[in-house]
Design a protein around this ligand. Structure first.
Ligand code: WT7
Length: 641
């Protein structure tokens, strides 16, 4: 096979094994061939990987370093030339049937206009733009318009608070914020512009705010700072040229939670990211040119970046954007959309599957799902019961189900079945993508690699093009977070079992990161919000299994001397969490305790708190190193079951 011959799709386990081995034996040749076949370069790269996990402390590794491109030419121009009238974005608004079809030609024009408008506001290559929007096509337009002129976007999920938005604006030094007057979700307004105003009060670095008008609601505008989207775009060029970028220029920053401190600005770069998003999207879902592809995530998360916007558009298929929720107006909404839009590939989160399964099969069977071919899940471990229901009921037992494991930091799917090729097991993410070499480390801290079946900490052994390059403005934090626990390996933060067939079963986070309804949040973020209130002396937050959300949030609170746990207090504490993080952050249970279980050296034994919150007080294990073991009995007795 010559280098530039397109790779055949993977349709069998032999096909998977061939590609996986090819990528393992010669990663540079494998990825150079993939990027040349899938991506529109201005100057094709001749270089593969430079650097590796052992040199990462000296600076980011690079892929395709001598290549030049603008990723919007892969996502827009080439399709606008070949298939101008094909629907690029199929938008389904909050109200069922409120639909828009935006063709590749129209999308390119919208992107060009906003790109020009951004330029006129002074945005140049390398400048940062925050996007704080709901699920409207304009959110994708905003991302692509930034990319068009080489600006770096950072999308902030619309469920985050003004505080959280301000933190991100400051951290990345954004000069423009793009928002909308209000968002719509589940029949309700989301005050996006009002929250933006609150976040930007006194922020002198932001010189412009562009406001998309989603509804006719009254919208106060700040003179000299705020501009209506329709005004700035009306006076802008419909064919703004794409700015040539280096493969390793930053494409976007996305903030994500870790076990300590404030969320990190994970940085993805142009060439490697677009290659990996395009390749994995095409390969995992077996994408066909005429597919109607629907990922019902939000662009505020990495899933929305890679698998609503960049991957599908680069592959030239119709991608759905969904503004509403799986429950609005009722639990049949997904399948109603599948029938109306003749969706072929559908991608959602386990929490949504569990929520709709609880409403029974009638909401599913009343709609025609015969167009469906592939059903995907992402975001959290899927329990076998939910997997089976997804497969049997919406999927009529004939669709491929792909449980895709990956992370904000990995840029794209890493461990997954390949639709139509990999035999599945309910609850298992199965096998690695070509180019991904997963390794399990013994969880005992010995740092030893485990061979064969077993359970350990999931690491990845070798770089791949889609991985994050650094943390914005803080490369040492990037190195410390991902490459220090297991030197020379990328540490994912997840636990994983490997069975006799070499299949992977992700068991969840092994660090202090929560996953609530597929939303990633740090226990430390909850704790610092709770500590803001004067009543609170100490706080410890842990997760516990929740039947729908995957994990619930359990907060242990130690009050200041003289303070009392009034009936009001939990409400006030919850309000503080909401103010600091956003509506996505909710404490499910509060327990007021006299003291935290600490070792004699003052370290909180979170393991004990976790076991009690999980309702397994008998599995606590050894407590002899505690300064005051009696506190455990008190905490057990006050368990909020
Ligand atoms: C964490 C990453 C990847 C896009 C959405 C989440 C968990 C993700 C799976 C899966 C088990 C999963 C992991 C991971 N996770 N997918 N298929 N099976 N767990 O991205 O917010 O960066 O969160 O989500 O714990 O570390 P994220």
């Amino acid at each position: 096979m010559t280098e530039n011959q397109p790779q055949a799709p993977i349709t069998s386990m032999d096909g998977w094994r061939d590609q996986w081995m090819a990528a393992r034996q010669n990663p540079d040749a494998f990825w150079l061939a993939r990027t040349r076949e899938l991506i529109q370069w201005r100057t094709e790269p001749t270089q593969g990987l430079h650097g590796d996990f052992s040199t990462i402390k000296d600076g980011p590794l690079t892929w395709f370093a001598d290549g030049k491109l603008n990723i919007t030419e892969s996502c827009l121009d080439r399709h606008a030339a070949a298939t101008p009238d094909k629907t690029a974005i199929l938008w389904e608004g909050d109200e069922p049937g409120d639909v828009q079809h935006i063709s590749f030609a129209q999308l390119l024009e919208k992107v060009c206009r906003l790109a020009d408008a951004l330029g006129k506001l002074g945005i140049q290559k390398g400048d940062r733009v925050i996007i704080y929007m709901g699920m409207v096509p304009e959110a994708a337009v905003a991302m692509l318009a930034c990319a068009r002129i080489g600006a770096i976007h950072s999308v902030v999920f619309g469920g985050f608070s003004a505080e959280a938005l301000r933190d991100r604006v400051r951290d990345c030094g954004a000069e423009v914020v793009i928002t909308q007057n209000v968002g719509r979700r589940g029949g309700r307004n989301i005050p996006l512009k009002a929250v933006t105003d609150e976040a930007l009060e006194g922020e002198r670095g932001v010189k412009g705010v562009i406001v998309f008008k989603r509804t006719d609601d009254e919208t106060p505008m700040v003179e000299g700072r705020d501009h209506w989207w329709h005004d700035v775009c009306a006076n802008a060029s419909p064919n703004t040229p794409a700015t040539e970028c280096d493969a390793e220029d930053a494409l976007f920053i996305l903030y994500t939670s870790g076990s300590t401190g404030k969320p990190k600005g994970v940085v993805h770069t142009c060439g490697g990211y677009i290659t990996y998003a395009t390749y994995t999207h095409k390969t995992v879902f077996g994408i066909q040119p005429d597919d109607v592809y629907a990922c019902v995530a939000d662009v505020g998360w990495i899933t929305g970046h890679s698998y609503i916007v960049y991957g599908p558009l680069s592959n030239g298929v119709t991608t759905l954007m969904f503004e509403s929720t799986p429950m609005y107006p009722d639990a049949g909404r997904y399948w109603d959309m599948v029938q109306r839009h003749k969706i072929n590939v559908f991608y959602t989160a386990p929490t949504a599957i569990r929520a709709i399964a609880a409403h029974g099969d009638d909401f599913v069977t009343k709609y025609d799902r015969s167009t469906l071919r592939v059903l995907g899940t992402v975001g959290e471990p899927i329990n076998p019961e939910a997997w089976q229901w997804y497969h049997d009921s919406p999927g009529e037992g004939r669709c491929a189900v792909v449980d895709t494991w990956w992370q904000t930091e990995t840029g794209g799917i890493c461990i997954t079945p390949i639709a139509g090729a990999t035999p599945t097991k309910p609850g298992s993410a199965t096998l690695p993508m070509p180019g991904i070499n997963p390794v399990l480390m013994q969880a005992d801290g010995s740092g030893k690699v485990m061979w064969g079946p077993g359970e350990g900490h999931l690491c990845i052994e070798y770089p791949w093009p889609g991985q994050a390059r650094t943390v914005w403005n803080d490369h040492p934090r990037f190195v410390a977070t991902y490459f220090q626990t297991y030197p020379n390996y990328y540490f994912t933060g997840d636990g994983c079992k490997r069975d006799d067939d070499g299949y992977h079963w992700i068991t969840g986070r092994v660090d202090d990161v929560l996953n609530v309804s597929g939303h990633r949040m740090g226990t430390a973020e909850f704790e610092s919000a709770l500590l803001i209130r004067d009543e609170v002396a100490e706080a410890a937050v842990v997760g516990y299994p929740h039947p729908i959300k995957g994990q619930g949030v359990y907060a242990y609170i130690v009050l200041q001397p003289g303070q009392e746990a009034t009936d009001e207090l939990p409400k006030l504490l919850q309000q503080e969490v909401r103010t600091n993080i956003g509506v996505v952050a909710k404490v499910d249970k509060f327990q007021f305790i006299p003291g935290l279980p600490k070792t004699r050296s003052g370290k909180v034994m979170r393991r004990i708190l976790r076991k009690i919150a999980e309702g397994q007080p008998d599995a606590i294990g050894d407590t002899s190193t505690l300064a005051d073991p009696s506190v455990v009995e008190t905490i057990k007795a006050g368990y909020q079951g």
